[in-house]
Write a protein that binds this ligand. Structure first.
Ligand code: AMP
Ligand code: MG
Length: 491
C-alpha cells in the first residue's frame, strides 16, 4: 500500500486536468515501490520557483516522494498513452517507465507536469523493465538545466534519487529515478495516438485541451479556424526551438515524433550532445547510423515531424478532406521559411548585427564554411569573436582575414556602438556549454560516489553567458584520444 502523506508544508499544489481527458489517453497507476531511495541531487532554484519547500523535500520524505514510494496529497499518478515515428517507423508507445504524479500549480499560477522517470513498469512498457539508471538520469539533469540556463525552452529536472536496486543493462548498474518538470508532456505522438486509435471526438478533446493548456489565446477563434491556428502556432514554436538549438550547437539526437512537444519545449535528453568542431553532418548517437538526426538535418526532420502532426489534425481542419489537406499543406509549407528566418535572425545576433541587410546570409555562410574547412570549434569561434580571443588556428589564415574584414565593414555600417555590438554578442554566444568530456567526467565521478565534479560543472553551467576567467578550463576541447564521442538511447 502506498502511503498518502499530508504535504501542505512541502508546498505541493496538485491539480490533475490530464486525467479529465477520455481514459483512452492514460492509465491511472502508482509507481512501483523501490527498496531504499536516496536523494542524490535536488534543484533548490527550481524548487523555489515552484513554491516547494526545499528543507522538507531535501530530507528523507523527499527521497521517498521522488522515488515514487510516497504519493503526495493531491497527486493522482498516471502513465500517458502515445504513439510515434521512431526513426521513421510508426509505433504505439506510451510512458513505459514514467508516471505523471500530477500537475503542480506554482504560486505564480503556472501549471507544471511533475513526472517521475524510471519509476516502474506500466501497460506501455512493451517488455522493458520500467527502470532507469543513475548515469543517464544525471546526464538529463545536467543537460536540461544547462539548456534552461542557455535560454532554450526545455523540460527541467527537479531531483534524482537512487533506488537502492540494481538494474540490468549490459552490466549491472544502480537504479535511479529522475523528477522531470514540464509545461506538459503532450507530444506530436500524443496526437498521432489519438488520430490512429481514438474517435474524432476524442481527438477534438485532446486538441481543445491542448489549446486551453498551452495556447488559450486561440480559444476565442472560430471553430473553423482554431485548429489551423494550433497547427500554425506549433510550427512557429518548433521553428524557433530548432533554430535556437542549432545556434548553440545542440544536437537532439533522437527527434522521433514522440520526442517533440506541442508546448515547444525540448524533451527527452537521451543521446543528445553538443557539437564541438563545426560540421553539419555531426552525429553522436550510436544508433543513428544514417545520420537522420545529424546537426544539419534537424530542420528537415522538424518539418517532417510537423507534417505528421498536421496529418493528425486533418479531421478537425475541415469537414471536406481535400480542403483539410490543402490547409495542412499550406501551413506546413511555411515551416522552411519560418525556420530560416529564425536561423538568420539568431545568427545575425551572434555576429552583432542589429538589423537585416542584403549580404548577411553570405556573411553567415562565410563564417560557417570557414569553420568547417578549418575544423574550428563552434562555441569557441563565436566566443572568440565576442571577446576578441585567439582560440582558433583558423584566425591566422588569410581566408579568415578576408571574412573578418567584411564583417568589420558590415559592423561599421550600423549605427550601434562597439559596446552595443558586444552586448548583443555576449547575450547570445555562450562562453560555456556542457562539453561532452566534461559531462562524462562528472558522471563518472558521480557514479563512483563523488558528486563534487558534477556540482562544480552545474554551477559553471548556470551562468553560460558570463565570461569568468577561471571557467576557461570548461571551454577546452577534449584530448584527441577521447574521440569520437558516442551517446546512447533509452538507458
Ligand atoms: P525514448 O527512446 O526514451 O524516447 O523511449 C521510447 C519509448 O520506450 C518510450 O515509450 C519509453 O517509455 C519506452 N522505454 C524506454 N526505456 C524503457 C524501459 N527501461 N522500460 C520500459 N519502457 C521504456
Ligand atoms: Mg521519449
Amino acid at each position: 500500500m502506498i502511503k498518502k502523506q499530508l504535504v501542505v508544508e512541502q508546498g505541493w499544489n496538485f491539480d490533475n486536468s490530464y486525467a479529465k481527458l477520455p481514459n483512452t489517453f492514460y492509465t491511472s497507476l502508482n509507481p512501483t515501490q523501490v527498496a531504499s531511495p536516496k536523494l542524490v541531487i535536488f534543484n533548490d532554484a527550481l524548487a523555489a520557483e515552484l513554491g516547494l519547500n526545499q528543507q522538507e523535500l531535501e530530507g528523507k520524505v523527499g527521497a521517498e516522494i521522488f522515488a515514487g514510494n510516497i504519493i503526495p496529497e493531491g497527486a493522482a499518478p498516471l502513465a500517458q498513452a502515445y504513439a510515434g515515428h521512431q526513426f521513421g517507423h510508426f509505433t504505439r508507445l506510451g510512458d513505459g517507465r514514467a508516471h505523471l504524479l500530477g500537475e503542480h500549480i506554482s504560486p505564480s499560477g503556472k501549471r507544471y507536469d511533475i513526472q517521475l522517470k524510471g519509476s516502474g513498469r506500466t501497460p506501455y512498457s512493451r517488455g522493458g523493465d520500467g527502470r532507469a539508471v543513475l548515469g543517464p538520469m544525471l546526464r538529463e539533469y545536467i543537460i536540461s538545466e544547462a539548456m534552461h540556463a542557455l535560454g532554450i525552452p526545455t523540460t527541467r529536472s527537479l531531483a534524482v534519487v537512487t533506488t537502492g536496486e540494481e538494474v540490468i543493462r549490459e552490466t549491472i548498474l544502480p537504479g535511479a529515478v529522475l523528477t522531470r518538470v514540464a509545461a506538459s508532456h503532450i507530444r506530436v505522438g500524443t496526437f498521432q495516438y489519438a488520430a490512429a486509435w481514438c474517435s474524432e471526438d476524442e481527438l477534438r478533446k485532446l486538441a481543445d485541451y491542448t489549446i486551453q493548456r498551452h495556447y488559450p489565446e486561440l480559444e476565442g477563434e472560430s471553430e473553423s479556424n482554431r485548429y489551423r491556428r494550433l497547427l500554425q502556432t506549433v510550427i512557429q514554436r518548433q521553428a524557433e526551438l530548432i533554430a535556437k538549438w542549432m545556434q548553440i550547437g545542440f544536437i537532439h539526437g533522437v527527434m522521433n515524433t514522440d520526442n517533440m512537444t506541442i508546448s515547444g519545449e525540448t524533451i527527452d535528453y537521451g543521446p543528445c550532445a553538443f557539437m564541438d568542431i563545426y560540421d553539419p553532418a555531426t552525429v553522436f548517437s550510436s544508433i543513428d547510423r544514417d545520420g537522420r538526426y545529424a546537426y544539419g538535418n534537424q530542420p528537415y526532420i522538424g518539418g517532417w515531424n510537423l507534417a505528421r502532426f498536421a496529418e493528425t489534425l486533418l479531421p478537425l481542419l475541415h469537414a471536406d478532406e481535400n480542403k483539410a489537406v490543402e490547409i495542412a499543406q499550406d501551413e506546413i509549407s511555411k515551416f522552411n521559411e519560418l525556420f530560416s528566418q529564425n536561423w538568420t535572425k539568431g545568427m545575425r545576433a551572434k555576429l552583432g548585427l542589429y538589423r537585416e541587410e542584403t549580404g548577411d546570409e553570405a556573411l553567415i555562410e562565410g563564417i560557417l564554411s570557414l569553420m568547417k574547412k578549418h575544423r574550428a570549434d563552434f562555441t569557441n569561434t563565436f566566443r572568440s569573436l565576442t571577446y576578441n580571443l585567439q582560440s582558433e588556428a583558423m584566425f591566422g589564415s588569410s581566408d579568415f582575414g578576408k571574412w573578418h574584414e567584411q564583417w568589420q565593414t558590415r559592423l561599421e555600417k550600423q549605427q550601434e556602438s562597439k559596446q552595443d555590438v558586444q552586448r548583443l554578442m555576449r547575450s547570445v554566444n555562450p562562453v560555456v556549454i556542457p562539453r561532452n568530456h566534461r559531462v562524462e567526467e562528472a558522471l563518472e565521478a558521480a557514479t563512483n560516489g563523488d558528486y563534487n565534479v558534477m556540482m562544480k560543472l552545474l554551477n559553471v553551467l548556470t551562468r553560460p553567458y558570463e565570461y569568468i576567467a577561471n571557467h576557461d578550463e570548461y571551454c577546452q576541447l577534449p584530448a584527441p584520444s577521447a574521440r569520437p564521442y558516442q551517446t546512447f538511447c533509452g538507458t
